[in-house]
Write a protein that binds this ligand. Structure first.
Ligand SMILES: Cc1cc2nc3c(=O)[nH]c(=O)nc-3n(C[C@H](O)[C@H](O)[C@H](O)COP(=O)(O)OP(=O)(O)OC[C@H]3O[C@@H](n4cnc5c(N)ncnc54)[C@H](O)[C@@H]3O)c2cc1C
Length: 454
């Protein structure tokens, strides 16, 4: 006989754990089981600690401007210990002609940045006169058409920093649907933003958020209150009468409600028999190279830097970890985390740890005064690839909505559905939990225009 639960969640990553939290919070008596293939929770979220250094295999932080994640932190008490690095007082850098230059934090700063020529700045206003092109476009095509080609290195840096992706392939309709809607409605992005200014825009910039024990502290807190069966990879799910049968490694489970909280490609694999076969979406893997230095390293104040492809650098960028979140290196020391690989350079991940460390160090010391080689180094190679929301993605999202509408009791959230960031995961997990708790039908919310995207 199958083991029966009210709700089964497949995947104990951030999405699955958040969905379980919001469900328990809304209805404390619910019988929820999470099935996880691994022996640990967290999926892509994993912190590294050694010799007084604290680095990350996966995410380093998320912005504190999302109501769902704010609710989750408040309800778990994590808001009391969260570490914050406000965007308003920190700067981000971009590699420009072989040097680090400050990245404009808000759109108006584009008009004063030395990164654009006077003509390039004037061309930004060309947006006011460009008719919206309705067809799906890549971020690169869209930005060049609306704001001119000079903006492209900055756009490249933003897409590299968020998706480890290629701005010529990522779909603007997938990553900034709110801005696209505004553009189509008002006839131009700037006109739309000006109209909206009193509403969504303005106010303080958000802060990058982490925890004293790293991002994994969020996971261990959420997992502590959850009922999780580890080493249980789900192989198939089938509709049997009015419920779902979930076939895991050794056991068959039954539940009226199932949440697949998995990366897009894993979901597509499990649902292959329920829908016309869909092609997997590309993913981008990166390695984090943690480098510890003595206090002699003169790391500029800020979050870190990003390198557009045209700069031809080895690293996609680096995080100035001890500036963002102090205490991540032994006393007086400095930690930087270089990022390598991504959609454009998967071949770099084939290099040995020693080669990666020396290539990243060579790259960094051309940009930052580093009088001594690193006194600590570790290469962190995560298993998770970042889903790439490339051209065709909006059609996949429409498929997801229709599937959820037609298959009663089945809910989807997870890495690559509705975005790729931690805030996106917590928000979608909350939407799914609310839908289950209040039996609300599947309805897509109006896309938001966020004050900070990347
Ligand atoms: C290198 C990297 C850097 C990132 N940096 C940032 C950042 O700085 N800021 C930010 O906001 N976001 C960042 N992200 C994104 C963030 O990590 C994700 O949004 C989030 O972790 C996704 O959580 P998830 O639970 O949806 O998916 P996952 O973390 O992939 O979790 C899915 C879980 O399901 C399990 N599973 C898979 N298949 C099965 C199966 N068949 N049966 C049972 N269990 C299964 C997996 O083992 C895993 O535990 C980064 C991601 C990566 C990879």
């Amino acid at each position: 006989m199958p083991e029966t639960h009210e709700i089964i969640i497949v995947g104990a990553g951030l999405s699955g754990l958040s969905a379980a939290h919001f469900l328990r919070n809304g209805a404390p008596g619910l019988d929820i089981l999470i099935l996880e293939q691994d022996g640990r929770p967290g999926g892509a979220v994993r912190s590294f600690k050694e010799q007084g250094y604290l680095a990350e295999w996966g995410p380093h932080g998320f912005l504190d401007n999302n109501p769902a994640s704010r609710a989750l932190l408040g309800e778990t008490g994590l808001d009391r210990i969260a570490q914050k690095a406000p965007l308003g007082s920190f700067v981000r850098y971009v590699c420009h002609q072989g040097r680090l230059a400050q990245l404009p934090q808000k759109p108006p700063a584009l008009l004063t940045t030395p990164l654009l020529s006077p003509l390039g700045k004037l061309r930004l206003l060309g947006d006011l006169f460009k008719k919206p092109r309705l067809e799906e476009q890549s971020v690169g095509q869209w930005a060049a058409y609306r704001f001119g080609a000079e903006i492209l290195p900055l756009v490249d840096a933003a897409i590299t920093g968020t998706f480890a992706g290629d701005y010529e392939r990522i779909s603007i309709d997938a990553v900034m649907p709110g801005v696209r809607a505004l553009e189509k409605e008002a006839g131009s992005v700037l006109k739309g933003l000006l109209k909206k200014k009193k509403g969504a825009q303005g106010g303080m910039l958000p802060a990058m958020t982490s925890f004293p024990q790293g991002m994994e502290q969020l996971i261990t807190t959420l997992a502590a209150g959850a009922n999780i069966t580890y080493h249980s990879p789900v192989r198939a799910i089938n509709r049997v009468n009015d419920a779902w049968e979930i076939h895991a490694e050794a056991t068959t489970y039954r539940a009226a409600t199932v949440i697949l909280a998995l990366p897009v490609n894993r979901t597509l694999g499990l649902l292959a028999s329920h829908a016309p076969p869909l092609a997997e979406i590309p993913t981008a893997r990166i390695a984090t190279v943690a480098l510890g230095f003595t206090g002699k390293a003169q790391v500029p104040f800020g979050f870190g830097y990003l390198a557009p492809e045209r700069e031809k650098r080895f690293a996609m960028g680096a995080l100035f970890s001890t500036h963002m979140f102090p205490g991540r290196a032994p006393k007086g020391g400095v930690l930087m985390e270089g990022l390598v690989g991504g959609r454009r350079h998967p071949e770099r991940l084939e290099l040995s740890d020693g080669e990666l460390v020396s290539r990243i160090y060579d790259d960094l010391r051309q940009l930052i005064p580093l009088p001594e080689p690193p006194c600590f180094s570790r290469v962190l190679r995560g298993d998770s690839g970042i889903p790439q929301l490339e051209m065709g993605y909006p059609a996949l999202l429409a498929w997801k909505d229709s599937l959820e509408r037609n298959l009663d009791g089945l809910h989807l959230c997870g890495f690559g559905w509705e975005g790729i960031g931690m805030n996106d995961m917590m928000k979608t997990a909350k939407t799914v939990a609310d839908r289950i708790l209040h039996r609300v039908g599947v309805k897509r919310q109006a896309p938001e225009v966020r004050p900070v995207y990347f």
